[in-house]
Every structure is written in structure tokens, then in C-alpha cells.
Design a protein around this ligand. Sequence first.
Ligand SMILES: C[S@@+](CC[C@H](N)C(=O)[O-])C[C@H]1O[C@@H](n2cnc3c(N)ncnc32)[C@H](O)[C@@H]1O
Length: 217
Amino acid sequence: MVMNPMKQINHYIDSLFSNHDELLEAVLFSIRENGMRSMSVSPSSGKLLSMLIKISGAKNVLEIGALGGYSGICLARGFGSDGTLTSLELEEKYAELAYSNLLKAGFAKQVSYLTGPALQSLETLVSKNQKFDFFFIDADKENYGNYLNHCITLAEPSALIVIDNVLAGGSVADDAVAPKRYTEFMKEFNEMVANNPQLESVLIPIGDGMTVSRVKK
Ligand SMILES: C[S@@+](CC[C@H](N)C(=O)[O-])C[C@H]1O[C@@H](n2cnc3c(N)ncnc32)[C@H](O)[C@@H]1O
């Protein structure tokens, strides 16, 4: 069987640039053990998140979509002992698992979870005039436009916004790839991001595709 070229390239990147990581492997195991879907970012996507935070020096990170805490650990590893992660998650049970994994990783005191629909949590954060210097959007795709607008409102000048799954398995660019439920939506979303005058953006074809945007404030 012929492998999807995107999968093949990612397999190559992960096998060369991502070392075996017992802690992150244990997070993936805990997700399976709890009967949850495997939807964590790829090892190299996680490494990219850590590196972007290290390079930018971001200290106040907002994540939308926690699942079992895989990306949360990668984000926290970026700021180390000096920073905080606020993570928005619909499911109470997922947030609890993510917290227990962040605890094992040594970040319990630096992470807080807001459960329920992320849009509601974002409105609360806006009403409290909270600010963040790094955002990671990885939840229900249909709300990506709303999430992006809220993140821009919550952004410090020059904050980074990273958005996952923007290639929808390659289907946004290749008609030969079976479309996903959100392929057409993601095509429109990508166009909207590319043409947003408040953002300077690039799409990196790592994992399922990650857009990195700098807020021009
Ligand atoms: C792809 S998973 C996140 C994976 C995680 N970022 C990682 O890589 O470790 C998407 C998550 O978004 C959550 N989610 C879906 N709809 C949501 C909503 N409306 N508000 C908040 N979270 C939501 C799901 O429960 C799920 O945990």
C-alpha cells in the first residue's frame, strides 16, 4: 500500500529529529488507557512548540484544547520554571488527566485549566483584560475563526499564535487525498489567516500542518 506522502515525510522528520521521550510516551499511553481518542500533536510538532516559546521568550501561554496534556507539556517545557500555561478544555475528565500529566512533568504550580466550551472561557478572559504572549489553538475546527479573533484581542504586542491541523491531512492542497469533515472550512480559514492584516503568518507542513502567526500590534 502506498503511504500518504505527508505521513511519509512526517515519519522521516520524527524519526530523525525527535528523541524517545518517556514522559510524553506515558502521556500517550494514559490517553489510550482512558479510552480517549489519540489526537495529540506529533512529536516534532510538540518540539516546534517548545522551541518557538524558547526562541520568543514567551511566558504567558494560552492553549485551546488540552486532551491529555501532551502539547501542554511541550508548551511548558518551552518556558521552563518561569512561565504559566492557561489551558481551555471542554471535557472535565480530559482536563483532569492533562493536569495529572503536567503534575508528573513538574509543572503543576504553573498550569491552570478552564473547563467548558472554550468560547465562553475566552470571553471571561477578555472581560478580565488578561493578556498572553503565546497561543496554541488545537480544538474544534469549526470555531477556529472565533478562537483566532479572541486570541488577537488577548494578545500582547508581537505575540505568537500557533494553529494546528491546518493541512487537514493534506486534503486542503491535494484533491487526491480523501477530504476530512472540515477540509473546506480549513481552506477558507487558511485564506482568512493569510490575508489578515493584523497577522504575519506562515504555514509549516509539520504534523498535520501548523500555522505560525505573529500579531502585528
Ligand atoms: C486535538 S485534541 C487536543 C490535543 C492537544 N492539544 C495535544 O496535542 O496534546 C482537541 C481537544 O479539544 C477539545 N475541545 C473540543 N471542542 C472544544 C470546545 N468547544 N471547547 C474546548 N475544548 C474543546 C477536545 O475535548 C480535545 O481534548
